[in-house]
Write a protein that binds this ligand. Structure first.
Ligand SMILES: *[C@@H]1O[C@H](CO)[C@@H](O)[C@H](O)[C@H]1NC(C)=O
Ligand SMILES: *[C@@H]1O[C@H](CO)[C@@H](O)[C@H](O)[C@H]1NC(C)=O
Ligand SMILES: *[C@@H]1O[C@H](CO)[C@@H](O)[C@H](O)[C@H]1NC(C)=O
Ligand SMILES: *[C@@H]1O[C@H](CO)[C@@H](O)[C@H](O)[C@H]1NC(C)=O
Length: 403
């Protein structure tokens, strides 16, 4: 840096004066001097509003004044001195002078001075920092769908930030690392153009994935300024085969659907059987393979090939035809179980009937034994009945109890 062209003695004198002024009017001195005005530094974004406040602890009713970076007086007490509608009086009291500057521009940045016209004049400075608001980022570098496995380089650019903004990349919701930001200063302007590159090797899964570029800067809320780019990836079909019917039963119809997920959509399908020819009764029609009547001989692995401009994919399905007799056997088992249960219930009912019958007969038998002498020595009622049966003619009466 070159020294000013003025004689060096003069330059030193002005430097000392400046240092002296700074020492006399710094905030440290103000602690002891109640008449020393106090201010604070402010930061504001372009287009925003800033309030400059100047206060004194005590007053001798001397006037306060604000002047701008070019030492032009803005307000002297409550009197406006500069014709600029962006600058308005906020508050004027004997101990405070506050002004508002709205629609702040980058050119408003600098040192503002508050003075109080005591003897001697006391001053305080306030530095206003103006933030350049970054523009909405723009993503470039993606024009058309890319084949899987290829690399894509996206560039994100944001203009007009001061200090330089930080750019962040996201793939879906996950932050991904791009190359370090490239910062360019804009000629005749205190702002910067910032750009960042992101290189991705795309996979089929990246198709329709959103890549976002977000600007981080003190003048904007995180995520407020962003832009998105959807990736389109070209990839060979991924094949899946699904049966249309729930079960493959011998003698019944059956069909398989082949779905190929690819970009672009598959243009052709081809069916084959892993071992040997497709069966006579199997009909391949595009994505479908239908069997008009299943036969055990159809068992085996079927393969579907789907193709698009990018490549081919294949999937397989193993057909296992179910026996109709196996089906009837299984339902036969069901019938056997039901039959068994019914038989058990019938058996229990019969037993109950017999027990009930015998109970009733025992009473009748006891009655009979009195008539039929000679069965007194019988050990129980049943024997008594049998004995009575043997030696008595009342058999007809007994019979009705056995029906
Ligand atoms: C300042 O002015 C007010 C009235 O405007 C007066 O009451 C007060 O005494 C004055 N203070 C000094 C220090 O002159
Ligand atoms: C000045 O700004 C303050 C906020 O800092 C606001 O409350 C006030 O209304 C503004 N005054 C004018 C005249 O714009
Ligand atoms: C900054 O961005 C603006 C707008 O895109 C452009 O016109 C200008 O040339 C860029 N400046 C630099 C130094 O890259
Ligand atoms: C299955 O095919 C064999 C010979 O191909 C044939 O003899 C048989 O009758 C077929 N069965 C049915 C259920 O169609």
């Amino acid at each position: 840096m070159a020294f000013p062209s003025a004689p060096s003695a003069l330059w030193i004198v002005s430097l000392l004066t400046a240092l002296f002024a700074a020492a006399v009017h710094s905030n440290i001195v103000s602690d002891e001097d109640p008449l020393q005005p106090m201010t604070s530094d402010e930061t504001v974004s372009v287009g925003g509003m800033v309030t400059l406040t100047c206060r004194v602890a005590e007053t001798d009713n001397s006037s306060l004044q604000w002047s701008n970076t070019a030492q032009q007086t803005l307000y002297f007490g409550e009197k406006r001195a500069l014709r600029d509608n962006r600058i308005q009086l906020h508050r004027s009291t004997p101990t405070e002078l506050s002004i508002n500057i709205s629609d702040v521009q980058l050119s408003d940045e600098g040192e503002y001075t508050c003075s109080i016209f005591t003897m001697p004049v006391r001053t305080a400075r306030a530095t206003v920092t103006v933030l350049g608001v970054p523009g909405t980022p723009q993503i470039s570098g993606f024009e058309e769908p890319v084949p899987e496995g290829k690399k894509v380089t996206l560039t994100c650019t944001s203009t007009g930030s001061k200090p330089p903004a930080k750019l962040r990349w996201y793939k879906g919701d996950v932050e991904v690392q791009g190359r370090p930001d490239v910062v360019e200063s804009v000629p005749d302007d205190p702002t910067y153009n910032v750009s960042s590159e992101l290189t991705l090797e795309v996979t089929a899964n990246d198709d329709n994935t959103k890549i976002s570029c977000v600007v981080d800067h003190d003048s904007v809320k995180h995520g407020e300024k962003r832009s998105e780019q959807s990736l389109r990836v070209l990839y060979a079909p991924e094949v899946a085969i699904t049966p249309e019917e729930r079960m493959a039963i011998e003698g019944q119809r059956f069909s398989l659907q082949c779905s190929g997920k690819g970009n672009p959509e598959p243009t052709s399908y081809f069916w084959e059987k892993a071992e040997g020819e497709l069966p006579q009764l199997a009909k391949a029609d595009g994505a479908f393979l239908s069997f008009s009547m299943l036969n055990k001989s159809d068992n085996g692995m079927y393969i579907c090939h789907a193709a698009n401009d990018i490549g081919k994919g294949r999937g397989s399905y193993t057909l296992q035809v179910q026996d109709t007799t196996a089906m009837s056997t299984s339902s036969g088992v069901d019938h056997a179980v039901i039959g068994g249960v019914v038989a058990v219930i019938v058996f229990i009912l019969l037993c109950l009937l017999i027990v009930l019958g015998r109970y009733l007969i025992r009473h009748k038998g006891t009655y009979l034994t009195h008539e039929a002498k000679g069965s007194d020595d019988a050990p129980d009622a049943d024997t008594a009945i049998i004995n009575a049966e043997g030696g008595h003619s009342g058999a007809e009466e007994k019979k009705e109890y056995f029906i």
